[in-house]
Write a protein that binds this ligand. Structure first.
Ligand SMILES: [Zn+2]
Length: 272
């Protein structure tokens, strides 16, 4: 699953280091060596002349110091290197590395999008010892944005409800999911989304797990719930189809294995 490795030590302040490993992003894509999908070597990064204010510490992992930076232009496109979307790396790179890349991407986006105060337009300053850009004029503070989203697998006897979202590129059935609205608890969001998307009511909400999902800055919070009442009535703007899958049905293939959606579905998949 896409998670930061347990042995990773996050750093907010830079530390003295030798030959840092650098995640360089341009418009959401990561600079990698095309042949190995590994980070560029330090000499390649040095040749980019990254402005110091665009370089942020990430942390330490397996004896190496990691940092991140972002670029306006896709530099270092020399045939050996290219910019790769994080989704294209699913299953192609080590999960721990992907977890670090997801974390680095969210910090790079925070740094890229908070150079100016959103309230008064003044250039911001980064506070020492915090992931915070602050406006010297009006005091507005900007921390990395994290957007909570709920995911819920609804159970009814030995069946579960799976839905195909209208915007699902893979046309795949999976658990319901949706972003929280301002003022909502996770539980309120689950009840609202379930009713809006498939017309059902649920109860017995149980926490399943959570996952940072860097597309671009979601926190997926997964639950199970039991069916209470109602007939399936899909919101066709969001859901193409929703139905119950039991032990005798042909279940959909697993979603991308790095996602908590896959873990949630596979935890309930019938064994044959
Ligand atoms: Zn301001």
């Amino acid at each position: 699953m896409l998670l930061t490795p347990a042995t990773f030590i996050p750093l907010i302040q830079p530390e003295a280091h030798d030959r840092a490993r650098t995640f360089v992003f341009h418009r959401g894509e990561l600079l990698l060596r095309n042949a190995t999908l590994g980070l560029p070597d330090p000499d390649t990064v040095a040749a980019l002349w990254l402005p110091p204010e665009r370089v942020h510490p990430l942390g330490k992992w397996e004896g190496a110091y990691y940092q991140l930076a972002w670029l306006d232009q896709p530099l270092a496109l020399d045939g050996e290197h290219g910019y790769h979307g994080l989704r294209s790396l699913f299953g192609a790179v080590d999960d721990g590395f992907l977890g670090l890349a997801g974390r680095a991407f969210q910090l790079a986006e925070w740094a890229r999008t908070h150079r100016y105060c959103g309230a008064c337009g003044t250039p911001t300053r980064q506070l020492t010892g915090e992931r915070c850009y602050q406006c010297p004029n009006c005091g507005m503070s900007a921390y990395p944005r994290i957007s909570p989203a709920m995911m819920v697998l609804i159970r009814k006897g030995d069946s579960v409800l799976l839905a195909m979202h209208t915007n699902s590129p893979a046309r795949r059935y999976t658990a319901l999911a949706g972003f929280l609205e301002a003022g909502e608890s996770i539980e309120e969001a689950i009840h609202r989304e379930v009713y809006e998307e498939v017309g059902l009511r649920v109860h017995n909400l149980r926490y399943f797990g959570s996952q940072s999902w860097p597309f671009p800055h979601s926190l997926m919070i997964a639950y199970t719930a039991d069916y209470l009442d109602g007939e399936i009535r899909v919101d066709q703007a969001e859901i193409a189809d929703a139905r119950w899958f039991g032990p005798d049905d042909e279940w959909p293939a697993s979603p991308v294995t790095v996602s908590i959606a896959a873990k949630l579905l596979n935890a309930h998949r019938p064994t044959r």
